[in-house]
Every structure is written in structure tokens, then in C-alpha cells.
Design a protein around this ligand. Structure first.
Ligand code: GDP
Ligand code: GDP
Length: 455
């Protein structure tokens, strides 16, 4: 590396940064209006004003990447969603439940000016049951005079209240230091420890695509309830299902079968569940209703799985309803709308008739294999060397940036670091990704490529 002009420490640092496993997850929970969204914005360093005074604001995204003191983690924002038909206590509890399930640690936000309410107490009980590390944020302490309000919150029995002003930034640094202490270095459900255990599948898709029908079809009588979250719901959360002689864990199946008709914030609620399920899974099976046009919502769900770096299979359901004309248009739609995820194995199924159910497991296995693929450095560099000499980067400003060498820094999903002599254009990066896929497979997995340029 040194003779190529890169400092060995830079190279090692870049590989380590690119090769991290799944990031630990922090959930921010609390009643409406305590300042959760404001705090999340502060944590992720988002400048634009996304906090709106209108209740029930729907947001697409619920997880964000954040960094503090050199450590990276994900933040689940539960602030996009307001009181619904369930009534405030139930809605806050349900929202907190999903977020806590997926989290490695929780920031519980209380409005210090208001003090602890009954709803806050209910969330405290949930937190106790979940047993996840909790950092108590006493928010809206905008100045020293509010500190006494914060001290009252010792009564919640969650340890030290951190006086914070999410709005002005006061106290957030100290609170984040405590968050880092609470978060594991690697998430609890680290993929490494899952070896030998059942693989985890998230069955996701917009409402009515047929998730619960599919689950019933594949589960048959084999269904075993493995986990119940006491208190808030009787529904099973994760289920073990035997398919093709192998036991799989379908995560967060309660979200699939729950028939709660929400009005305000229903989309947000669904997004939160999807995000939580994806976080817990290794592979996402995205169900799409083939009888309808592919929607923006379908694409968002796919993006969630891709952004989370999970293996992915796309299942087109309700195949029994398709006539020839619809099949023709579906193929065109898939090409134009879902071209970016052409790498995902595809199955055309019918949860109603059972059509092609037997193809689901091989597709999932293919995706997981792609997700875990590791290319030896020697092979990768032989490939890169040939590629770069056969298809050099276009000359820009009289110079020709070159990929000098590369390495795969991690798997699940595959992450590559390429070292270059100059800026590598997006088009050329995409070309490299395409060629990497042609050469090494990576079926069913997103791949990450970062490029380091020699100074
Ligand atoms: P959420 O519903 O819990 O996500 O709450 P929001 O983040 O939307 O905040 C609710 C309201 O409280 C907004 O008007 C915020 O500007 C305000 N707010 C949030 N944090 C603070 C704070 O630290 N101090 C003060 N004074 N107001 C705050
Ligand atoms: P979920 O909201 O994604 O869990 O969807 P459901 O499983 O509740 O299914 C929604 C509707 O689609 C129900 O009326 C199902 O009977 C129907 N459905 C599900 N799968 C199929 C299928 O493969 N073919 C047909 N024709 N209908 C289906």
C-alpha cells in the first residue's frame, strides 16, 4: 500500500470504518410533544426544521445514522406520530413497544416542565419489562432554573435524569456520553452470535399484499410461538417456522396479523413496524401485490431493506389473479420501477393457491449466501487490475483517476473499500458495482463501495 502513496494507517482505518457490522440501535421514546423529534434532530445533526407543530405528521423515514465521539449508531425516531383512535396511552405504549423491541438502548424523554404523567409511568413499566438499558432525558430544561424540575424525575426509578434542552442543545453532549455507555459496541443481536441459530426473516410489504396469508400458508400447522411481549399484546412477536427441513425465525409477525385500524399516523406506524422488523432480520422478503401497479410505498419498503443492508428477496404475490396482459405490463413495470434492485431473487407466488411456495426457501438461501460472500483480496485485485486496464476511468481535466487497489472490508452485506489516485465519478462507481456483481454474484444483497482518494 505504501508505494501507492497511501499511508498504511489510513488504509487500515478506512478498512475498519467500512467493515463495521450492523450498527447498534438507539430508540427515542416518550409521550407526544415532549421533544423527541427535536432531540433526534439534535442527535443526528439535522439542520433543517422537520419538527412541525401539526400533530400526526407522517414521515417516511424513521431510522437515521448518527455519530457521537467517533462511534456510529442508528436512531429510531418515534416522534412522527400522534395520538390515534386507540387513545393516547395505548398509542404511546404501542409505539414504544415496537421501538424498544428493535433497540439496543433507549432514550426515554420526559418533559421536565410538566413532570412525570401517568402515561410516562406506563412507559416506565414497559421499559422495565423490556430490560434494555435506558437513559432518562429530562427535556425542556432550557436554563439552570429548570434543573430542579429535572431532579424530580429521580422518582421514576430509572436512575439519573439528564437535564437537556433539545431545542438549544444544552446538556445533550453529557446525555450522549451516557448513551454511548449504554449502547453495546456491537448490537446484542450481533450476526456473529447467530451462527447455528435460526436465520431471521422479516416478511414485509404494504397492507393487503398478502403477508398474513403467506405466513399462514407457509406455516401450516408447524407454527410455534416463541416470544410473547407480556402486557401490551397477546400476539406472538417472533415465530419459528420449519420450511424445507430448516427452522426459520420470522420476526415481528405480530405486526403482520394485528388488525388495528389506525387513522392518523397509520402510515408512519406501519413504517415503524417495518423498520423494526428489518432491523431484527438478516433477510427481508418483500411482498408485492402483482395484481396492482407497483407503488411508491412498495419502493419505500424496498429502500428500507436496502438501506438497512439486509439480504432481500422480492415475492410477487396474487399471481393467481394475473391475466396475460397484466403479466406483460408487470414485467415492464419491474424493469422501469425496480431496476435498481434487479439483483434481488424473484419469486412469483400465490398465497391463496400455494403456487411456487417451494421456491421461497431457495431464493432466501441464495440471498443469504450473497450477503455473506467474501472475495479474497488477491482475487479482487486481479479482477480490479483487469477491469481498470480494459475500461479506464474517463480523463478529467487532463488527469486519469485510477483505482489502485481494493479490499473487501466486511460482509453482511459485502462492503468494499477501493483506493484511488483521484476522484472516481458516480457512473464509474456504478460500472464497478455492476462488474463486481457479474464476476462474484452477490445475488440478493446490496453491496457497499467506498472510495478513498490519495491526498
Ligand atoms: P415530539 O412529539 O415528542 O416529537 O416533540 P417535538 O420534538 O415535536 O417537540 C414538541 C414541541 O416542544 C415543539 O414545539 C418543540 O419546539 C418544543 N421543544 C422540544 N424540545 C424543547 C426544549 O428543549 N425546550 C423547549 N422550550 N421546547 C422544546
Ligand atoms: P396483509 O395485510 O399483507 O397481511 O394481507 P392479507 O394476507 O390480509 O391479504 C389481503 C387480501 O388479499 C385478503 O383478502 C387475502 O385473501 C388476499 N390474498 C392474499 N394472498 C392472495 C393471493 O395469492 N391471491 C389472491 N387472489 N388473493 C390473495
Amino acid at each position: 500500500a505504501a508505494e501507492e502513496g497511501f499511508d498504511i494507517e489510513d488504509v487500515e482505518g478506512a478498512i475498519e470504518a467500512a467493515g463495521h457490522g450492523p450498527l447498534p440501535v438507539l430508540a427515542v421514546v416518550g409521550r407526544p410533544n415532549v421533544g423527541k423529534s427535536t432531540l433526534v434532530n439534535r442527535i443526528i445533526g439535522r439542520r433543517e426544521a422537520v419538527v412541525e407543530d401539526k400533530p400526526g405528521v407522517t414521515r417516511d423515514r424513521v431510522t437515521y445514522e448518527a455519530e457521537w465521539a467517533g462511534r456510529r449508531f442508528k436512531v429510531v425516531d418515534t416522534g412522527g406520530w400522534e395520538q390515534d383512535v386507540l387513545g393516547i396511552d395505548a398509542s404511546v405504549a404501542a409505539q414504544a413497544e415496537y421501538a424498544i423491541e428493535a433497540a439496543d438502548a433507549v432514550v426515554f424523554v420526559v418533559d421536565a416542565k410538566v413532570g412525570a404523567t401517568d402515561t410516562d409511568e406506563a412507559v416506565v413499566r414497559l421499559l422495565r419489562k423490556a430490560g434494555k438499558p435506558v437513559v432518562l432525558c429530562a427535556n425542556k430544561v432550557d436554563g439552570p432554573s429548570g434543573e430542579a424540575d429535572a431532579a424530580y424525575l429521580w422518582n421514576l426509578g430509572l436512575g439519573e435524569p439528564h437535564p437537556v434542552s433539545a431545542l438549544h442543545g444544552r446538556g445533550t453532549g453529557d446525555m450522549l456520553d451516557s448513551v454511548l455507555e449504554a449502547l453495546p459496541e456491537a448490537p446484542e443481536q450481533s450476526f456473529g452470535t447467530a451462527i447455528g441459530g435460526p436465520r431471521r426473516i422479516a416478511l414485509i410489504g404494504r397492507p393487503n399484499v398478502g403477508k398474513s396469508s403467506l405466513l399462514n400458508k407457509v406455516a401450516g400447522e408447524e407454527r410455534v410461538v416463541v416470544n410473547e411481549l407480556a402486557g401490551t399484546t397477546r400476539d406472538p412477536v417472533d415465530e419459528m417456522i420449519e420450511l424445507g427441513g430448516v427452522t426459520w425465525k420470522f420476526v415481528d409477525t405480530a405486526g403482520i396479523r394485528k388488525r388495528v385500524h389506525l387513522q392518523q399516523g397509520a402510515d408512519y406506524y406501519a413504517s415503524l413496524r417495518t423498520a423494526a422488523a428489518v432491523e431484527k432480520a438478516e433477510v427481508a422478503v418483500v411482498l408485492i401485490d402483482a395484481s396492482e401497479n407497483i407503488s411508491v410505498q412498495d419502493q419505500r419498503i424496498i429502500s428500507m431493506a436496502v438501506e438497512a443492508g439486509r439480504a432481500m428477496v422480492i415475492a410477487y404475490n396474487k399471481w393467481d389473479t394475473l391475466d396475460e396482459e397484466r403479466r406483460y405490463y408487470l414485467e415492464r413495470e419491474i424493469e422501469t420501477e425496480l431496476g435498481q434492485v434487479a439483483w434481488a431473487p424473484r419469486v412469483n407466488v400465490s398465497a391463496r393457491t400455494g403456487r411456487h411456495m417451494e421456491k421461497l426457501v431457495p431464493a432466501i438461501e441464495t440471498a443469504l449466501a450473497g450477503w455473506e460472500t467474501r472475495v479474497p483480496t488477491g482475487r479482487l485485485n486481479a479482477f480490479l487490475g483487469e477491469l481498470v486496464s480494459a475500461h479506464p476511468h474517463p480523463i478529467r481535466g487532463g488527469k486519469q483517476p485510477r483505482i489502485l487497489f481494493g479490499t473487501q472490508a466486511g460482509t453482511k452485506p459485502p462492503r468494499f473499500v477501493l483506493f484511488a489516485s483521484g476522484f472516481i465519478e458516480a457512473g464509474y462507481r456504478r460500472f464497478i458495482e455492476r462488474r463486481l456483481r457479474e464476476e462474484f454474484g452477490f445475488e440478493g444483497t446490496p453491496i457497499h463501495i467506498s472510495v478513498r482518494v490519495r491526498e
